[in-house]
Design a protein around this ligand. Structure first.
Ligand code: C5P
Length: 212
């Protein structure tokens, strides 16, 4: 079974993907980390984010077995990732690696921006997870504060809106729901409610698939 989860930054798709992967005993790939890994390599070397040849070289070096979430989850790396993610050749290389992950016999859960539309168009279940920009900014702020950091709401909201624009507006694989995706708006849900709603959708899809 392949579960494809897409949605904008901060909608809760990462947590949801991990919960679903645990529940269905499937391996999970957060594809955002692959774009973050490319951005992180460029930042570490001091290369500009628009430097295509170096970005392509960095994409080739991405190893799915060695994605360090602790390092890659930094806010600045996410911003930078959305800049390298507009480079078609970078996307081509990373998508190939993501498809290889999805092709393992057990199936997999993948989350990102273009899983249902580009990476796994034949996924058994597609979820498009959203929440209003304000709710996402509030959650991000709470997360930063819980980790002992400080930030201001207006700044985070502006960042989220900018990232949404970049992700939905790019020419190659823009963020959008696949035609056959199930929409899940988590604005009014906590993570438990979102998980139960997602699980119901997956169980339904699997039961439907078995009938035909
Ligand atoms: O999901 P996350 O915030 O880690 O993703 C960082 C950036 O990587 C996104 O803003 C997006 O530009 C890019 N990305 C993408 N396609 C994916 C996953 C992430 O373009 N499948």
């Amino acid at each position: 079974m392949i579960i494809a989860i897409d949605g904008p930054a901060g909608a809760g798709k990462g947590t949801l993907a991990r919960r679903l992967a645990d529940y269905y005993h499937l391996p999970h790939l957060d594809t955002g980390l692959t774009y973050r890994a490319v951005a992180h390599m460029l930042l570490m070397k001091g290369w500009p984010l628009g430097d295509e040849p170096h970005a392509v070289e960095a994409a080739r070096l991405v190893d799915l077995g060695h994605l360090d979430r602790a390092v890659l989850s930094a806010h600045a790396v996410g911003e930078a990732a959305s800049k390298v993610a507009v480079i078609p050749e970078v996307r081509k290389i990373l998508v190939e690696k993501q498809r290889a992950f999805a092709a393992q016999p057990s199936g997999a859960v993948l989350d990102g921006r273009d899983i249902g539309t580009v990476v796994c168009p034949d996924a058994d279940v597609k979820l498009y997870v959203t929440a209003s920009a304000e709710v996402r900014a509030r959650r991000r702020l709470a997360e930063i504060e819980a980790n002992g950091g400080a930030a201001d709401f207006a700044g985070i909201l502006a960042d989220i809106r900018r990232r949404d624009e970049r992700d939905t507006g790019r020419a190659d694989s823009p963020l959008k729901p696949a035609a056959d995706a199930h929409l899940l708006d988590t604005s009014e849900m906590d993570i438990e409610a979102a998980f139960l709603a997602a699980k119901a959708i997956v169980d339904d899809a699997v039961a439907g698939g078995n009938k035909t």
